[in-house]
Design a protein around this ligand. Structure first.
Ligand code: SF4
Length: 458
């Protein structure tokens, strides 16, 4: 427990305590699950793969299939070629995926394993069955975070699978960024509702939010097919959601297949969803339908109804940069005051973006990329807040701070269940966020206010 945290904060360069991020391979594994009939493969020791699978399973409450090169001392000294060859042979003969998406781990990176060379040898030895694909991403965990791992694997999909046939089609490509399956589904619903024709990858809806059928499926029905990803090279444009998770793949697609791209924030909150809807409308050359305008109107109605409870409330926010930036935008739209803003993923653009959103009124806010939760807790101790928003690990801070109102948001959420089923993106998702934030503040008031302020109707 964190009851001993003090308000005294010292700058640390060489030590992170309770990091606000996790391993690169977790993001790479998650992205790979968004390809239909794909088996993620971890090139390293069994422990890494077991941790990455269990972390995803704990968040999504679904089984996560992945294989490992199963390094022991021998592979660590002599390299992982033999392990990789044996693993791929077994995978294709036993599990028969269309794609094996290999990511590295700290160990295989440190010893310098050359995955393209291993794939080449596997192919030249005639061991790769016809019609099957191997892709890889380098994901050392001593750099970046799960977000950069996701970005690296999405970029690998472009590098290995996308092709330009020479005929531009009437579809654009949608790169959804690091979103839960329900959010990916909502992004597709909005884009389809506007009348857009698009290919989205990776797509984990119907992979990690499936129904209980009583039957185990090694490869669930969802995910973008290899054919769909290949056809992205013929798209007339790419709409990339999220600078950190999606821009590298969009850039690669532009470089490889000359598909121009547009970058917008994840559609979290009012302004960011407006920007997404407008971008889709322009690309689809159509109008926003009344149904989506109505959802927007409902959100604005809710925001104005709840403003009396939210106005000027001080908020601490932490999470992944692509999530936190539009969330800060939304908190400002709600009249709230984000005063401590942290992401564990490194990147100078984070601070610049958040400071722009906060403007002169938020000049005193603490905003930091590559920071940890100990610093965030110390800042909260020194300058208290009314609300904390972040992933599951925030509950330790909330408990230590006299049960500070806490809204779970982002990745991972290990101690609650419904997040993978209900979106937080789009206008509907924003309504859900407003409800969650307001409930957390009012629950605290109901628990602690004097009897004369304890009201039935708020
Ligand atoms: S930090 Fe490195 S060694 Fe540890 S689980 Fe992640 S990839 Fe494996």
């Amino acid at each position: 427990m964190l009851n001993s945290t003090t308000s005294h904060h010292t700058e640390r360069q060489a030590l992170r305590v309770n990091p606000a991020k996790t391993c690169q391979p977790i993001g790479a594994m998650y992205a790979a699950l968004g390809i239909h009939n794909c088996l993620p493969h971890s090139h390293g020791s069994q422990g890494c793969c077991a941790y990455h699978r269990s972390h995803l399973t704990r968040h999504f409450k679904e089984p996560v299939m992945a294989t490992t090169s199963s390094f022991t001392e021998g592979a660590s000294v002599f390299g992982g070629l033999a392990n990789m060859t044996q693993a791929l042979t077994n995978i294709f003969s036993i599990y028969q995926p269309d794609v094996v998406a290999v990511h590295t781990t700290c160990l295989s990176e440190v010893i310098g394993d050359d995955l393209p060379m291993m794939f080449k040898k596997f192919r030249e030895d005639g061991k790769l069955p016809p019609g099957k694909h191997l892709i890889h991403a380098n994901t050392p965990s001593f750099q970046g975070s799960h977000i950069t791992g996701f970005a690296n694997m999405t970029t690998a999909m472009v590098r290995y699978l996308c092709e330009k046939s020479g005929e531009v089609c009437d579809r654009f490509n949608l790169l959804p960024g690091y979103l839960d399956p329900a959010d990916m589904r909502e992004v597709k619903r909005l884009a389809a509702g506007i009348g857009a024709r698009f290919v989205m990858f990776p797509d984990t809806s119907d992979v990690l939010d499936g129904p209980q059928t009583g039957r185990f499926q090694m490869y669930p029905q969802g995910g973008a097919t290899v054919e769909e990803i290949r056809s992205a090279g013929d798209g007339f444009a790419t709409l990339a959601l999220g600078f950190w998770a999606s821009e590298p793949a969009a850039k690669e697609l532009e470089h490889k297949c000359e598909v121009p791209y547009e970058l917008v924030e994840l559609p979290i909150g009012l302004g960011a969803t407006d920007a997404f809807v407008d971008a889709v409308r322009r690309l689809a050359a159509t109008e926003v339908p009344g149904e989506i305008e109505r959802e927007r109107g409902q959100l604005i109605d809710l925001m104005s109804d709840m403003s009396q409870y939210l106005h000027e409330k001080r908020v601490a926010v932490f999470g992944d940069p692509d999530h936190v930036i539009p969330l800060v935008r939304f908190l400002v739209e709600l009249g709230m005051r984000p005063v401590h803003v942290v992401t564990g993923t490194p990147g100078k653009a984070f601070e610049t973006n958040v400071r722009q959103l906060l403007g002169p009124a938020g000049a005193a806010a603490k905003v930091r990329a590559g920071e940890d939760l100990l610093s965030l807790h110390q800042w909260i101790k020194a300058e208290p807040v009314d609300l904390l928003i972040g992933n599951t690990y925030g509950k330790y801070i909330a408990r230590a701070e006299d049960n500070l109102p806490f809204v779970r948001f982002g990745f991972p959420i290990l101690d609650r269940v419904a997040h993978r089923l209900f979106p937080t993106v789009g206008y509907r998702g924003a309504m859900r966020l407003v409800a969650g934030i307001t409930d957390a503040l009012l629950d605290k008031k109901d628990r602690e206010c004097p009897e004369e302020f304890f009201e039935l109707v708020q």
